[in-house]
Design a protein around this ligand. Structure first.
Ligand code: FE2
Length: 322
């Protein structure tokens, strides 16, 4: 057997075999996004200054009844430099969405990386890519959750510990729970038991590391140190699109018709029919029955970088998102 070699493109370096795993399985590589100069404090502050309200989310977690809960907030008129200081000193998670619309120079880095991966692997194709810039506090955490599409995380600054759980373990992620995620009923609220950490893969991310993993595989993230800056890219492959359609349709059948769907096969005619049904039901808006509302419950405290002003529950307002 010939020995597998590592591969390097203009912007990416893969260890042996990792380039072919991208888009299907756990895959790691190195990237050079920081060389663009776009991730300095000055550049990030300038970007935050011009970010439209409908495309950013700033969140924090608070303890409630022994569990951590996500809360959404608002910059409260603060400058980009202040927001960056608040994230560095507080426990905050800032997500700047839709880089394609608001910050195409950042989106271009992702597009070049995907072009290089697709050029090196004719079996890989991606569609519906959307990228966000994540800026988070040294001690911030992302709770156990599953994402709907495939995801690639391009880590640029700080250090993170990424915990990845088996996508096919129905105890960690029962079908009904995954359907709820796909239907956008739940995201962060899916069940988690620390005992599952024993079976998790631990991936420490240093600046310049990128990782992508199996679709819907549950994961959580602990920031280890430093201001953490990454780009996260959602994408679909043809197989990921089929799996989405199957779970979307099974979920609606279960909820609207009380059916107990058994097949989660993503190949074959049944799966194709379900994808068609998913498309039709989405158009009819049937999945909007239980979609979550995003409410604003805190403001950044202009006097204390990293501090927050909690709003009374009657003052929580829906956050404008596009
Ligand atoms: Fe995620």
């Amino acid at each position: 057997m010939g020995e597998l070699k590592s591969t390097a493109t203009e912007h990416l370096t893969f260890d042996a075999g990792q380039d072919k795993a991208f888009g299907r399985d756990l895959s790691k590589c190195r990237h050079d996004f920081a060389d663009s100069g776009l991730f300095t404090d000055e550049k990030l502050a300038a970007l935050i200054d011009q970010y439209p309200r409908e495309y950013y989310m700033i969140t924090t977690t608070t303890e409630s009844g022994g569990a951590l809960e996500w809360h959404n907030g608002d910059f409260n008129g603060a400058s980009g430099a202040f927001v960056l200081k608040a994230v560095r000193e507080g426990r905050l998670w800032l997500c700047l969405r839709r880089l394609d619309l608001v910050a195409p120079e950042y989106e271009a880095l992702v597009n070049e990386a995907f072009d290089e991966i697709e050029a090196g692997n004719p079996k890989f194709s991606s569609s519906r890519r959307t990228s966000s810039l994540l800026i988070s506090s040294p001690g911030a955490r992302v709770l156990y959750h599953a994402d709907i599409p495939m995801v690639a995380l391009w880590h640029v600054r700080g250090r993170k510990r990424f915990w990845l759980y088996d996508a096919d373990n129905k105890k960690h992620l029962p079908d009904e729970v995954l359907e709820g995620v796909v239907l956008r009923e739940s995201e962060e609220e899916i069940g988690y038991d620390p005992a599952w950490d024993a079976d998790a893969k631990i991936i420490d991310l240093n600046p310049g590391d990128a990782v992508s993993w199996t679709q819907n595989a549950p994961h959580r993230v602990d920031n280890l140190d430093g201001l953490n800056v990454s780009i996260t890219t959602d994408y679909f492959t043809p197989a990921a699109q089929r799996k989405y359609g199957v779970y979307f349709t099974n979920g609606l059948f279960r909820r609207l018709l009380g059916a107990q769907p058994k097949s989660t096969a993503t190949e074959g005619l049944g799966a194709l029919a379900k994808c068609g049904a998913a498309f039709a039901m989405k158009k009819l808006g049937l999945n909007r029955i239980k979609e979550r509302d995003m409410l604003q419950s805190f403001l950044l405290d202009p006097k204390r970088p990293g501090g927050t002003v909690q709003l009374d529950r009657q003052d929580w307002r829906p956050i404008l998102q596009a």
